[in-house]
Write a protein that binds this ligand. Structure first.
Ligand SMILES: N[C@@H](CCC(=O)N[C@@H](CS)C(=O)NCC(=O)O)C(=O)O
Length: 351
């Protein structure tokens, strides 16, 4: 039987009988999901769509004109989607043009809160807002200011417009592209381009593969509420990682020697993998440290100027283990793993 096969075989006097572990697990009941509105009856996690997708323009073609000190980013350092926008803001040198507030990594039933993120204030206790722009207590206030009828999950990242007092965009793909393209008059590193025209089609294809199999793949494994969808999702994650390991044995980065958006997209999942996805989301066939090329690549990206400042393992661990209480009801945060991403990686030898 293959490793991790989900069917248990029993021998009886007549024949082999296969036992469905799914049926044994819950009978007819479905386990309560972390996000019930995004769960299918067969136990799969289907992520909601981002709703606010307005575009900032340099030529007045949209209602949102590019400007310094007009747009503002609300993020969590725990979140892999929001982290990509933090990385783009940092790499393009947009810190002076676009302000940013980091929410408390721990979410309770009121959602993301503008609470001191150090963990000193227990959820539920009164707190002073850490949002210097609007004085919001909860991120949900930004969503209801934009659409009073909004009733889906309130997510980070959020790009807020201080002028019209509403959310412009809550999709990290769009926000990263805008940071790359439309703020160059205010960017310290205006010539950096993470979406090179000459790679456009292959790049889009790879980013979409990474989204489906890696970035969202770990969530599909972690949020599954039945054995079968978990196993399918988890195997897909590792098939993708095996392919990427092979690709990165010949290329320093995904497209050779230059770092593009897809690299930062992959980085945001890899850097969380051994710390939370391996244990909390049960993606545990292998760790990233078991893949020599992926681990070297992860360290190479982590050691790029400014990037280590965007990674906060305390926020990451407290967020996942203390917020997803359907998966981790005790809310205990594990002390490990021991991880050092600052070691020599030797990737510069791969040309
Ligand atoms: N915009 C992302 C999703 C962003 C997202 O789900 N962020 C999580 C944190 S990692 C969040 O804010 N969750 C809020 C919640 O679950 O209530 C997408 O592509 O769907």
């Amino acid at each position: 039987m293959s490793l991790g096969s989900r069917r248990l075989r029993f021998v009886n006097s007549e024949s082999f009988r296969e036992l469905d572990t799914d049926a044994l697990q819950f009978g007819n009941a479905t386990m309560k999901a972390q996000f019930p509105a995004e769960q299918t009856e067969s136990g799969e996690f289907h992520r909601q769509e981002d709703v606010f997708r307005e575009w900032i323009s340099t030529d007045g073609s949209t209602a949102y004109a590019t400007a310094a000190d007009r747009y503002y980013l609300y993020v969590s350092l725990a979140c892999p989607w929001a982290s990509r926008t933090i990385i783009f803001r940092k790499l393009k040198g947009l810190e002076d043009a676009i302000g940013m507030t980091i929410v408390d990594p721990i979410r309770d039933e009121k959602g993301w809160a503008f609470r001191d993120p150090s963990g000193k204030i227990p959820p539920g206790a009164p707190f002073e807002s850490t949002d210097p722009v609007n004085g919001f207590q909860f991120l949900s206030e930004a969503y209801s200011a934009t659409d009073p009828d909004y009733d889906e999950r309130v997510t980070v990242p959020v790009l807020w417009d201080k002028k019209t007092h509403r959310i412009v965009n809550n999709c990290e793909d769009d926000i990263c592209r805008m940071f790359n393209n439309v703020f160059n008059d205010f960017a310290r590193n205006r010539d950096l381009d993470f979406f090179p025209k000459e790679l456009e089609a292959d790049h889009a294809k790879l980013s979409s593969f990474l989204h489906d199999n890696v970035n969202n793949g770990v969530y599909r494994a972690g949020f599954a509420t039945r054995q079968r969808p978990y196993e399918i999702a988890c195997r897909r994650v590792f098939e993708a990682l095996d392919q990427l390991e092979e690709r990165l044995s010949k290329n320093r980065y995904l497209f050779g020697n230059r770092i593009v958006e897809a690299d930062w997209r992959l980085f945001c999942t890899l850097v969380r993998f051994d710390v939370v996805y391996y244990g909390h989301f049960k993606c545990n066939l292998r760790r990233i440290i078991d893949y020599p090329n992926l681990q070297g690549y992860l360290m190479d990206l982590f050691q790029q100027p400014g990037i280590a400042d965007t990674v906060n393992f305390d926020h990451i661990k407290r967020h996942y283990y203390m917020t997803h209480t359907q998966i981790s009801p005790t809310r205990i945060v594990p002390i490990g793993p021991v991880l050092d991403l600052t070691k020599r990686h030797g990737r510069e030898k791969i040309r």
